[in-house]
Ligand binder design. Structure first.
Ligand SMILES: Cc1ncc(C[n+]2csc(CCOP(=O)(O)OP(=O)(O)O)c2C)c(N)n1
Ligand SMILES: [Mg+2]
Length: 667
């Protein structure tokens, strides 16, 4: 049965003239034991909520999983899909892509991500179990990770977190083949992985990955463990390839016809490419009966359960009907009070309503709870053995927090949100990118969003981060201007089931700029907050904390007879999705000035020709926030001066039109 996996992998990579045969060939024996004897998945119902989760963290070995899916009989994995491995439009993408075919629980390929995502899945399983009990939620999360996954720094964060929380239903099979792309892993590591996992509280065992009974026994033992388990499987990469096995040459290139022919002789596999003998295929298909039976029993328990409705609602992840009205009440309350508060504080206020109205939000922070203001009533912390909580102290592990949130969202049952400083989104970026690629509802609460954080200085002041996040497709980057917009943006983030969101929030206080709550105005991404009195001379475009500056500048300009409109742009992505007519009406035809305490990158899309930008040209500095705004000339005075210059008659000579010295850095 393992040889069936091996030859399908060899043949598919050969047909594609591209791919990674070594890992599937090396791990075929261990994976066959896992899939045939342990993993509870039913190809006839791939979405069964109580299925075991399988994560191929070593995503380059994708043919291992595709071959297994064909052998198990997944309807969307016919032989033709293997024959079209890595071809455009085929479900057999180069690396496993969530959503391309059933049973791919998460997208993998960036090494280490699968392992950290699986931690989130294992956590979600325990949390859902704490709510619905063993009858409805009682499954495991299995990972196959390679040397590369374990070398990545992300793995340390993930291992530490899983060990601390005691995620006993997480089982990692390590493809311990001692080879990566450059050659022996000895070129770059001498860590004892067993000691490393053990030090973080994992149960560890070593097996011969080509001895099915040893792997079987280790998996059996892992099921009994209350700690997460590492099963080191000593394997030979490219097992069965006569001349190339055990070397880096089988990692990521077709073996070639001659080597495959010799492998057929060596492993006594006298069948043509892509042909699996009927008895072996039948044996594989027969293995699914174990899980199918478990699923049938589970369905009976669900049907008889008085929690059926609640469980199905949790799995659907829909927002309850009372959510909209409660948010509306909150916004009306905010408008009546018009608080002058930081948007991080406004986010906390919104979360008080959200976390009370919804029972499936799971908050957290990477050790910045009191800065991100992410913890509200009625959330209590999740802790070892205490999975009924709804708040995660992720520790100083931004990347694992983001990956774990992906895992929680993918698992289902919860809506995860987690906080850190915006500047440290870089530390989580690999996983944020996957949230977007996988279209998961993960919400990032990123506070301290500009030089407005003040004294902590340039290491903590994001400059290029808004641009970098806006560059990620399918990621909504929100930067609300006040408490009302913050509530609106939270509502939009929660109401986007197939997009992750980033909320960029200020540390410093901001006035309430909105005075009505007729509709969620942030929903269109940008809108005219204050129209000019008559036809516009200039349009001021701003986000977040700089909307206040734009409004002040518009006031001064209008007093001197220059008609300025102010456009608040809390979410560029949503604005981009609006009709061209709407965008044109909002942006207007007058010269435009973009104002944002960040890099200019991306702003020219909105400013167009003949406009100007006021923001950051380089890194920030340490000092009180108001002084920094003056130092970097992100002030209403600067906006006014630039507007005046823009509106000067074009006929003047170049020297006359050049800006005053003090403003030349800005324009
Ligand atoms: C984050 C990241 N860095 C680099 C790569 C490129 N890459 C793909 S596989 C691989 C080597 C992985 O070694 P190992 O996990 O031991 O896989 P094996 O060669 O044993 O199949 C590398 C560097 C990647 N996919 N992800
Ligand atoms: Mg390896």
């Amino acid at each position: 049965m393992a040889n069936a996996v091996r030859f399908l992998a060899m043949d598919a990579v050969e047909a594609a003239k591209s791919g990674h045969p070594g890992m599937p060939m090396g791990m075929a024996d261990a994976a066959a034991v896992l899939f045939a004897r342990h993993l509870n998945i039913d190809p006839l119902d791939p979405q069964w909520p109580d299925r075991d989760r399988f994560v191929l963290s070593a995503g380059h070995g994708s043919m291992l999983q595709y071959a297994l899916h064909y052998l198990l009989g997944y309807a969307d994995m016919p032989l033709e899909a293997l024959q079209r491995f890595r071809q455009l439009g085929s479900p057999t993408a180069g690396h496993p892509e969530h959503g391309h075919c059933a049973g791919i629980e998460t997208t993998t390929g960036p090494l280490g991500q699968g392992l950290a995502t699986a931690v989130g899945m294992a956590l979600a399983e325990r949390m859902l179990n704490a709510r619905f009990g063993d009858d409805l939620v009682n499954h495991r999360t299995y990972v196959i990770a390679g040397d590369g996954c374990l070398m990545e720094g992300l793995s340390q964060e993930a291992i530490d977190l899983a060990g601390h929380l005691g995620l006993g239903r997480l089982v990692v099979l390590w493809d311990n083949n001692g080879i990566s792309i450059d050659g022996s892993t000895g070129l770059s590591t001498s860590t004892c992985q067993l000691d490393r996992f053990s030090a973080s509280g994992w149960a560890v065992t070593e097996t011969d990955g080509h001895a099915p009974d040893e792997v079987d026994a280790a998996l059996e033992a892992a099921k009994q463990s209350s700690r997460p388990s590492l099963i080191a499987c000593r394997t030979i990469i490219g097992f069965g390839a006569p001349t190339k096995a055990g070397t880096e040459s089988v990692h990521g290139a077709p073996l070639g016809a001659a080597e495959i022919e010799s492998a057929r002789k060596k492993l006594d596999w006298p069948y043509p490419p892509f042909v699996i003998p009927a008895d072996i295929l039948a044996a594989w298909r027969g293995t699914t009966e174990r899980a199918a039976k478990a699923r049938r029993l589970w369905s009976q328990r669900l049907a008889a359960s008085d929690r059926k409705g609640a469980f199905e609602r949790a799995c659907r992840g829909e927002l309850p009907e009372h959510f909209g009205p409660r948010m509306r009440d909150l916004k009306e309350h905010l408008i009546a009070r018009a608080p002058r508060i930081a948007t991080r504080k406004a986010s906390e206020t919104a979360l008080q309503t959200i976390n009370a109205a919804l029972d499936n939000t799971v908050g957290g922070s990477a050790d910045l709870t009191h800065s991100n203001l992410t913890l509200t009533k009625p959330l209590t912390p999740v802790a070892p053995g205490r999975f009924d909580g709804r708040y995660l102290h992720y520790g100083i592990r931004e990347h694992a927090m983001a990956a774990a949130m992906n895992g929680i969202a993918l698992h289902g049952g919860f809506i995860p949100y987690g906080g850190t400083f915006l500047v440290f989104s870089d530390y989580a970026r690999g996983a944020i990118r996957l949230s977007a690629l996988m279209r998961q509802r993960v919400i990032y609460v990123l506070t301290h969003d500009s030089i407005g954080l003040g004294e902590d200085g340039p290491t903590h002041q994001p400059v290029e981060h808004l641009a970098a996040l806006r560059a990620i497709p399918n990621l909504n980057v929100f930067r609300p201007a006040d408490a009302v917009e913050t509530a609106e943006c939270w509502e939009l983030a929660l109401g986007s089931p197939s997009s992750p969101s980033v909320l960029c929030l200020s540390r410093q206080n901001l006035p309430t700029v909105r005075s009505e709550v007729l509709e969620n105005r942030s929903a269109r991404g940008a809108y005219v907050l204050e129209e000019a009195d008559g036809s516009r001379d200039v349009t001021l475009l701003a986000t977040g904390s700089e909307v206040e500056i734009a409004l002040a500048a518009a006031g001064v300009l209008s007093a001197s007879g220059i008609r300025a409109a102010v456009v608040s742009m809390p979410c560029w992505e949503r604005f981009e999705a609006e009709s061209a007519d709407y965008r044109a009406a909002v942006l207007g035809t007058a010269p435009r000035i973009g104002i944002e305490a960040a890099a200019r990158f991306g702003w020219d899309r909105w400013i167009g020709d003949g406009g100007a930008f006021i923001g950051m040209q380089g890194f920030g500095a340490s000092g009180p926030a108001p002084e920094l705004y003056r130092h970097f000339q992100i002030t209403s005075e600067a906006v006014v001066a630039v507007a005046v210059r823009l509106l000067e008659p074009r006929s003047k000579s170049p020297t006359e039109t050049s800006p005053p010295r003090s403003l030349s850095r800005i324009v």
